[in-house]
Design a protein around this ligand. Structure first.
Ligand code: XMP
Length: 321
């Protein structure tokens, strides 16, 4: 029978065996998975691990500051932040197909890690790349036994063919609840361990249509309002996550003040789940939905309609792309 501490011991031993006296880079996203993967590797190889936080411009409000502040404070980890906003926006220009977006984002992440590896050359040879890949990421990307490719998670099916790094993926056999327990066992704070999932491709796969700076700004504002109201209502721990999706290519007629508007809808996608393999839509209280809707349509200029997604998984997936 596996206990959390035996998972930690076994993974630390495996990581030491794999990396030997080498050095590793770990992409840190701010989420639970990469945070726990990094903490495990840090326990195994100490300061021969350098974390890289990629600001790809597809982040939610406040995320970069949170990683730079909270995670470093909790772990004392060595962190390099790369501003890659321009790079991702250029690579995504004109792209609307979900799988293509995912592959481009997966590839650009690796290109940024390769650049970081070159920049760190003076300190040694960073041959290993740590990723917080979970079992469900592998299954959905078509890697599990008999599994279909549902979507290419950026860290699995989205990896480029010419990958030079050797991957270190200590969470590859685990589900999210197990990862959270490992994080707690490693002493990570609640604010990190209990964070709701947020996908590596970020807001890029929550804009249905082309990703542009303007659309990102719009979605970021709407998302921040939804998150704030859900937190105020004390619902963070009872929902798995609540993606906010911008239907950038859809417009509808509205009326605000005494004028006609012709804006975009956003979709609220609150879900409850155990492991993200299946999910149910969360019956949020009407008052909370009302506050989110009123605030988004009042405060976000381009949005004049808020709709609620009442689809389970299956048949819907959690993210729209
Ligand atoms: P879906 O949309 O497949 O999502 O039902 C299942 C869970 O995985 C998250 N997700 C991702 N996480 N990289 C990630 O790190 C990805 O490419 C990715 N795609 C989806 C999603 O937010 C949900 O929690």
């Amino acid at each position: 029978q596996w206990t959390t501490s035996s998972i930690v011991d076994e993974q630390v031993a495996r990581i030491r065996e794999q990396i030997g006296d080498g050095k590793a880079i770990c992409g840190l996203s701010g989420g639970v998975d990469s945070a726990v993967a990094a903490a495990l590797v840090q326990k195994a190889i100490g300061d021969r691990l350098t974390c890289v936080f990629v600001d790809h411009g597809l982040l939610r409000a406040g995320e970069r500051a949170q990683v730079e502040r909270d995670y470093v404070a909790a772990t004392g980890i060595k962190l390099v932040t790369v501003d890659a906003r321009e790079r991702f926006l250029t690579a995504l220009a004109g792209v609307t197909d979900p799988e293509q977006k995912r592959k481009i984002i997966g590839r650009e992440f690796i290109r940024v890690f390769e650049q970081a590896e070159r920049d760190l050359k003076a300190e040694g040879d960073y041959r290993f790349l740590v990723q917080g890949t979970l079992y469900p990421d592998v299954v959905e990307s078509g890697g599990g036994a008999g599994a279909a490719n549902i979507k290419s998670h950026h860290n699995v099916g989205g990896l480029p063919d010419d990958l030079q790094f050797e991957l270190v993926e200590p969470l590859r056999a685990l589900f999210k609840d197990e990862v959270r327990r490992v994080g707690t066992e490693l002493g990570l704070p609640e604010t990190i361990v209990q964070r709701q999932p947020f996908p590596g491709p970020g807001l890029g796969i929550r804009i249905i249509g082309e990703v542009t700076q303007e659309r990102l700004d719009t979605l970021r504002q709407a998302d921040a309002i939804a998150r704030e109201e859900l937190t105020l209502a004390g619902l963070d721990r009872s929902i798995w996550q609540c993606p906010v999706v911008l239907l950038a290519d859809v417009r509808s007629v509205g009326v605000q003040g005494d004028g006609r508007t012709y804006g975009h809808p956003v979709v609220l996608r609150p879900v409850s789940s155990e492991d993200a393999m299946t999910a149910d839509w969360t019956r949020l209280p009407y008052e909370v939905l009302e506050r989110i809707s009123t605030r988004i349509t009042n405060e976000v200029a381009e949005v004049n309609r808020v709709v609620l997604d009442v689809t389970s998984k299956p048949p819907g997936t959690i993210e729209w792309e």
